[in-house]
Ligand binder design. Structure first.
Ligand code: OXD
Ligand code: MN
Length: 603
């Protein structure tokens, strides 16, 4: 089978083992070509996984509906499996590596019977770049193959780059639904019992084993599993950073450009910010990535960021010409939609799409839907998968193998109260403290209750592949790698403040350019800031409100420091820090102590 296509001994041996274990009917090595993509899309239409959308309205686009049990990342079924529990740390589900290896092999036994096993060679980062990583995903899901083709660089040139001796990260995936010869297939095969899904990472190998889910980050293994959980553990050893961050370029009316990276938890607006259309005249945002940044120091001492992906896997509901016109113009063709609604014209629709609800549609579960229905037409975690190169705001350097130099790092989340619109760290160590203490209301991107405040350090809570205490120390250690004036400035931002009646106090979206402008000015050394107990904040005059209808009183409110609320926040951070025991770097405890002292002096 594979012998004609690769002479990589390690890969051949692994594929033989996988075939022996999973017993697929057939094996297919993906070449990554356009014709292969089209063939597989046709197969998915035939299998009823895909519905082709109206060719005139949305050419070469497809809709998939998942099984209702398989709609989001399953954090409670996601494991970091190491020899010692200390290496996974208190924020990860841990399983002892040797025990889990035996268990997971049993689970995969015969898992692909009756199915074709697809072999996907993929590169995270440009093929051949020394900073890229090659993965080989084996999957029994053609839906995964076509999504991986959009999200990664995949195909024969990756096998070529791998050569005879190159090493790769094995990523084994099965939907967990073997077929007997007399059984017909279902449109979305998966393991329907959530307790039998397993998303397992062995950072010591490294390798990934994912069983039972065909959805998003559970199944497109280049994304969260490789480029974040496994890559963060590799980056820890090798001295770089693998982060849950967007990368954007901000260009001023004078033509000066700064690159900004931003960590926000899932479904908190990274895609909207990454390709925003500024409302401030003359300012321009171009996009380099909306989810993942791999960052390392360049020879000039600056931190360079590269997006290892090639597509956007964005949350559909809420995406509109108002919130994200560039995304709307990205998925006009060649895109896949999962769990959105289907209109009678054969187009897609979702809540807050900015167009009136259709009088009738088919909802994400395949049922008739009308605007009177009490249920949503699109699942809150429904997604579009779209090629990055189709984004009108894509930055010319988005595929630069060396990345782009980062001037500012943002940490954000959904915080209805307490956390101001924007706040600059006093220095790198204070910025790391801010990142470690970040929190957000939970969203539909993961199964579980939405709308509950949880600490999500660096937006990496579900994605850090090792002990979070060591991760904090790793971030602190970046300051030793360069001169302090070369380090990016660090800011927290919060677009999500509400008043007592639940009214948004800040309009967000393109209006966030007003905040980016201040950040730009801080980096340039021209922006005004006031030292407060929690960091450096703009005075209300320092935020350019020209042409906006934001009431001045609202701006004042979201730039004020509520000492009482922050005293409680500091207490909550202290309680959270206790969960890390002696793996918490003392510098962060000292930062917390300093914050408390400043608050006390102010209160
Ligand atoms: C994503 C997520 O899909 O964070 O990017 O859930
Ligand atoms: Mn994400």
């Amino acid at each position: 089978m594979a012998a004609a296509l690769t002479e990589n001994g390690e890969l051949l041996a692994w594929l033989r083992d996988v075939v022996e274990l999973c017993k697929p009917d057939d094996v297919y090595i993906c070449d990554g070509s356009d014709s292969e993509y089209r063939r597989l899309c046709e197969l998915l239409v035939k299998n009823r996984t895909f519905t082709r959308l109206n060719e005139e309205l949305r050419p070469d686009c497809f809709l998939a509906r998942s099984h209702p049990s398989d709609v989001a990342r399953v954090e409670d079924r996601t494991y970091i499996s190491t020899t010692s529990q200390d290496d996974a740390g208190p924020t990860n589900n841990w399983a002892e590596a040797d025990v889990m290896k035996l268990k997971i092999a049993r689970i995969f036994l015969r898992s692909m019977e009756g199915r074709t096993m697809y072999v996907i060679p993929f590169s995270m980062g440009p093929v051949g770049s020394p900073f890229s990583r090659i993965g080989i995903q084996v999957t029994d899901s053609p839906y995964v193959v076509v999504n991986m083709r959009i999200m990664t660089r995949m195909g024969s040139d990756v096998l070529e780059a791998l050569g005879k001796e190159g090493s790769f990260i094995p990523c084994l995936h099965s939907v967990g639904k073997p077929l007997s010869p007399l059984q017909g297939d279902v449109p979305w095969p998966c393991e329907e019992d959530p307790k039998h899904k397993y998303i397992v990472h062995f950072p010591e190998d490294p390798s990934i084993w994912s069983y039972g889910s065909g959805y998003g980050g559970n199944a497109l293994l280049g994304k969260k599993c490789l480029a974040l959980r496994i890559a963060s553990a590799i980056a820890h050893k090798e001295g770089w950073l693998a982060e849950h961050m967007l990368i954007l370029a901000l260009t001023s009316p004078e033509g000066k450009k700064h690159y900004i990276a931003g960590a926000f938890p899932s479904a908190c607006g990274k895609t909207n910010l990454a390709m925003m259309k500024p409302t401030l005249p003359g300012w321009k945002v171009t996009c380099l990535g909306d989810d993942i940044a791999w960052m390392r120091f360049g020879a000039d001492g600056r931190l360079y960021a590269m997006n290892p992906e090639t597509g956007f896997f964005g949350v559909a509901p809420g995406t509109s010409y108002e919130s994200n016109p560039n995304a709307m113009d990205t998925f006009t063709h060649n895109s896949i939609f999962t769990n959105v609604a289907l209109t009678d014209e054969g187009d897609v629709w979702w809540e807050e799409m900015g167009v009136p609800a259709p009088a009738h549609a088919i909802d994400w579960q395949g049922k008739d839907w009308t605007p009177e229905a009490s249920s949503k037409a699109a699942h809150p975690n429904s997604r579009f998968t779209a090629p990055a190169e189709q984004c009108p705001a894509i930055d010319p350097d988005w595929q630069n193998p060396n990345g782009v130099p980062i001037s500012a790092i943002l940490f954000g989340g959904r915080r209805p109260s307490t956390v101001p619109l924007v706040n600059e760290a006093f220095d790198w160590e204070h910025g790391v403290f801010m990142g470690s203490a970040a929190g957000s209301e939970t969203t539909a991107a993961a199964l579980g209750q939405a709308g509950v405040l949880r600490r999500d350090p660096f937006a990496m809570l579900p994605f850090c592949g090792y002990n979070m205490g060591d991760y904090f120390a790793h971030w602190l250690s970046m300051a030793d790698k360069t001169k302090s004036d070369k380090l990016p400035r660090i800011f927290t931002v919060n677009w999500f403040r509400k008043d007592e009646s639940g009214r948004w106090l800040w309009p967000g979206y393109g209006e966030n350019s007003r905040v980016l402008k201040w950040i730009f000015e801080r980096v340039e050394g021209t922006g005004e800031a006031v030292d407060t107990p929690i960091g450096r904040l703009p005075s209300p005059e320092a935020i350019d409100l020209s042409g906006s209808d934001v009431p001045r009183a609202d701006l004042e409110r979201i730039l004020a420091v509520d000492v009482e609320a922050w005293t409680k926040e500091a207490e909550a951070i202290g309680t959270y820090y206790d969960t890390f025991g002696d793996r918490l770097p003392s510098a962060l405890r000292d930062q917390l102590g300093a914050l408390r002292a400043r608050l006390e002096a102010a209160g």
